[in-house]
Design a protein around this ligand. Structure first.
Ligand code: SF4
Length: 369
């Protein structure tokens, strides 16, 4: 377990983990092998290297091959507005459901309130407002309401279990993993681990392999929950939950990932198509200083936020590759790419807003009762 500040990943930080090699060598995240890609062939998250690592995915694949149950746990922290980066996680979860996973989708209203500063989430009521808003988006994106639970409305058994887990955690572990002992964040961690493990209790599911799709910055929660699962194996027969790590969708402008607190870096799912088009037109590209230079040298897609957006949103792998090749050879200019990305995102937003009209009422009822 990492114990020095430079060896720690901060799950509440706002930067991407860009040194992927360190994730594999120092933190022990496993690479996505060709055989895993083959197992998930047709899934763009794997073919486009958006999923960049895992812990224990092989246990889940084995369960699938033997016809045994397995689950995927995820959730939304109701602490800010929903943007395209959040959509990526939901799309990945839906693809895992298609693969056969039972989905447990947490609306983490209590977690969001206790772990965020007051200036961000000043009250439980505000956390519930965000929860309604974000759940409405999740339902409109295709999350099945039967897979959803709201933390604040969970039965007492869930909270009893969370407190039971806390008894097997130590102060030193918190310090080693997170570097500090903030009571709000400690409570949030206890709830997160209860979220990750409760599908294996008989009251909610059964002991089975599970996977939690997260950004690599959330790995401390995964490592901690795996340790705790082992401590409760004799009592509950728990499998250590696995992790599936995906790259965050990069910010359109400065910064590493889309962030609710920096509106110009992200396309929010409430944005109109024209707002989205304006943000995309201001995005950082990998284009050259002049059109002439770009035609001669080609662009630099790996530095380009528009390319990144297309990588996460275009449906066709072949169209995506064609754009990349054209960019590298100077056969396409940035204006054309931006237009394509704006049309693509705009069409999605228009459809999404229609679906949202139907899901808002449902989300309100699910959060408030
Ligand atoms: Fe990015 Fe497209 Fe410009 Fe290439 S041509 S740098 S992919 S915007």
């Amino acid at each position: 377990m990492a114990s020095h500040a430079q060896d720690r990943i901060d799950p509440w930080g706002s930067v991407c983990i860009d040194d992927l090699e360190k994730l594999y060598t120092r933190f022990g995240i496993e690479r996505i092998t060709p055989s895993i890609k083959k197992e998930f062939s047709g899934n763009p998250f794997f073919s486009r290297n958006i999923v960049i690592g895992h812990r224990d995915l092989s246990t889940l694949i084995r369960a699938k091959k033997r016809g045994k149950p397995f689950y995927c746990m995820t959730g939304i922290a109701s602490s800010g507005l929903f943007h395209l980066g959040h959509k990526v996680v939901i799309d990945l979860v839906l693809s895992l459901k298609e693969y056969g996973a039972r989905v447990f989708f947490a609306v983490a209203d209590i977690d969001a309130y206790v772990s965020r500063p007051d200036k961000k989430v000043p009250s439980i009521q505000k956390a519930k407002e965000y929860a309604i808003e974000n759940l409405a988006h999740a339902l409109a994106l295709g999350v099945d309401e039967r897979d959803v639970y709201v933390q604040s409305r969970m039965p007492s058994r869930y909270y009893e279990f969370a407190f039971e887990l806390s008894k097997k955690m130590t102060e030193n572990e918190y310090k080693a993993i997170y570097g500090h002992l903030d009571p709000g964040k400690m409570s949030a961690v206890i709830l997160q681990i209860a979220d990750i493990l409760h599908p294996q209790l008989e009251e909610f599911g059964e002991p089975m392999p599970g996977i939690v799709p997260v950004g690599p910055d959330q790995d401390p929660h995964i490592r901690f929950s795996r340790d705790i699962a082992k401590r409760f194996r004799n009592r509950y027969g728990f499998f250590a939950p696995g992790g599936l790590y995906l790259l965050h969708m990069p910010a359109l402008r400065s910064g590493d990932k889309m962030s609710s607190s920096k509106p110009e870096t992200a396309v929010f799912l409430n944005d109109t198509s024209s707002e989205a088009a304006r943000k995309i037109s201001n995005a950082i590209t990998g284009g050259r200083k002049t059109l002439k230079e770009q035609k001669e040298k080609g662009g630099e897609p790996d530095k380009c936020r528009v390319w990144a957006l297309l990588r996460y949103t275009l449906e066709s792998d072949s169209q995506l590759l064609e754009i990349r090749e054209k960019c590298l050879s100077g056969g396409i200019m940035c204006g054309e790419c931006k237009r394509l990305a704006s049309e693509r995102v705009g069409a999605f937003l228009d459809e999404h807003h229609k679906r949202l009209e139907k899901t808002r009422k449902k989300a309100e009822k699910m959060v408030l009762g």
